[in-house]
Design a protein around this ligand. Sequence first.
Ligand code: SF4
Length: 350
Amino acid sequence: MTKQHKAVALISGGLDSMLAVRVLQEQGIEVEGINFYTGFCVEGHTHAIRNKDKNKQKRNNALWAAEQLGIKLHIVDVIEEYKDVLLNPKHGYGANMNPCLDCKIFMVSKAVQWVKENHKNGFDFIVTGEVIGQRPMSQRKDTMPVVANESGADDILLRPLCAKNLPLTKPEIEGWVDREKLYDFSGRNRKPQMALAEQFGFVDYASPAGGCCFLTDKNYSDKLVDLWKGRGAREYEMDDIMLLKVGRHIRPKPQFKLIIARDAGETNFLEGYRKQFISIQAISHNGPLALIDGEFKQEDIEQAAGIVARYGQGRDADQVKLTITMPDQSAQTIAVSPLSTEQVLEEWHV
Ligand code: SF4
């Protein structure tokens, strides 16, 4: 009896990984998916927070893609290990704080490790939806072999969408997959992927060209760098990176910043942090909840309250009354004049 060959595929939730899996399924390969959670992934939960996004679909795209493909998905938390990838990328950063090449090497090496740890399940090779020339850093002709080599995957890493443009891999040499039925996609043109999606009957899939994480986003990256500058150290915890996805970030003094909710959804979300942070909210007018992150002194209260007042319905009032609540829930009330928009936006907006 011929052996049923098995592959594990890196699933981001985007179209390319879906296509790569389906190409192999068509050749009779049994595929399972693996998704690495770094904390920076662009996923439905941020849509679930903001009011303006309430009509957007709230789903975990990796889970959804796995369901469409009928495969098992293993979600692996790599938050702690990923810190070293982000803080010390050997190959540097892309346009923003995205260490794409190191990230890809890391994820494929984690898949190699996972295959070894699950050897009794008999996985033969690793699959990604990478396409040569698709991404400026990790998916170039000269960097794709770097991913295979430095991850330790070597010839058990198969990229079905562009395999014909790459050297032969073990699954092809051994005849587990038919190279002729793999593809030679290259470049940033998405039309071949769209056509294949249509052929496979995929009609609904996550934004085809979208980056897989917040680190490719300039605003997010600026806030991350500002966080490190404010703390005097390049370090972060899970709450920090979650809070960078939420609210306006205003830094009136180097040692502290305000995170001000942009709508009722974000106010609700920030409510959950009131026992970890000092918070400020207007009581004389409707207004957003704001958290204070960093070292905050009594002498900073008036300035911070003036900024928060500017974002509520009392922005044009002479005086706005606000409550400052400590993490132990003791509180004080202050009345201030809202600060001007120009000052807040031009001088302190992160
Ligand atoms: S976009 Fe983010 S998750 Fe994707 S390879 Fe780059 S750093 Fe990694």
